[in-house]
Design a binder for this molecule. Sequence first.
Ligand SMILES: NC(=O)c1ccc[n+]([C@@H]2O[C@H](COP(=O)([O-])OP(=O)(O)OC[C@H]3O[C@@H](n4cnc5c(N)ncnc54)[C@H](OP(=O)(O)O)[C@@H]3O)[C@@H](O)[C@H]2O)c1
Length: 277
Amino acid sequence: MTSAAKIQDTVKLHNGVDMPWLGLGVWKTKDGDEVIRAVTDALEAGYRSVDTAAVYGNEAGVGQAIRQSGIPRDDIFITTKVWNADQGFEQTLRAFEESRKKLLVDTVDLYLIHWPVKEKYKDTWKALIKLHQEGYVRAIGVSNFHPHHLRDIIEDSGVVPTVDQVELHPLLQQRELRQYCAEHQIRLEAWSPLMQGNLDLPLLQELAAKYGKSPAQIILRWDLQQGVVVIPKSVTTSRIRENADIFDFQLSDDDLARLDQLNENKRFGADPDNFNF
Ligand SMILES: NC(=O)c1ccc[n+]([C@@H]2O[C@H](COP(=O)([O-])OP(=O)(O)OC[C@H]3O[C@@H](n4cnc5c(N)ncnc54)[C@H](OP(=O)(O)O)[C@@H]3O)[C@@H](O)[C@H]2O)c1
């Protein structure tokens, strides 16, 4: 169950940091005007969290939009990620500094290892631990980590990530990972929650009609009711608002169970055990 009752509600990560349940994703959003407009629209709609990454190439626009919003820096939660080519201890420290400068911030709220690059992710994790200890990052986590990757860094470092951001939606429900994360107080965050716009499933249409909501809103609500943080992406003002209008209804247990049956273990992105970038 979720404690998310309104747009700016937060969930407490295991290190005590509060993270908004809803954030704006900006993958494929162009740097400059497009990302500045999307982030500005989102902040005006009440979002207080933005998910970017060095590899998205739009950290500068995200930083600019946040700065020019006039909203106090402490009220906005910024996530960014170290890219695969920059992994390793020293390289990660350098990559972080570049991200921090582009974002125009002193500290980043959540810094993630973008993908588990073999032979490197343990050293990358040690760099994130250092950045956290030195106060440059409020929380550290990972992305695209299977349970075996999580086990590996936890055994190696003794430090449990606060968040694992993974592909998660009705067609890919990540049951084993969910179990592991629940046991270790790791908060799951769903990327591509809207299946990259492939929302044309009969059950989603049926529930959308039943609740007077859209298919996107049905999925995002399903996430929240299971304690999953969501970061839908849109560059369309009306959709940015629509994706935030998910705090005034509740899916029934029966409908949650029906959505659970949609799982096909189908990925739109790469499998973290088999990626070539
Ligand atoms: N850690 C990782 O490896 C990783 C990987 C992928 C994504 N992510 C993060 O997760 C975020 C979200 O994932 P995503 O960008 O892959 O996909 P997504 O949020 O599942 O879907 C975005 C797509 O859906 C469309 N859309 C948005 N709202 C909609 C609505 N209400 N109705 C119909 N269509 C809608 C968007 O179109 P318009 O923009 O044209 O409105 C866009 O084409 C990313 O932006 C990124 O921040 C992380």
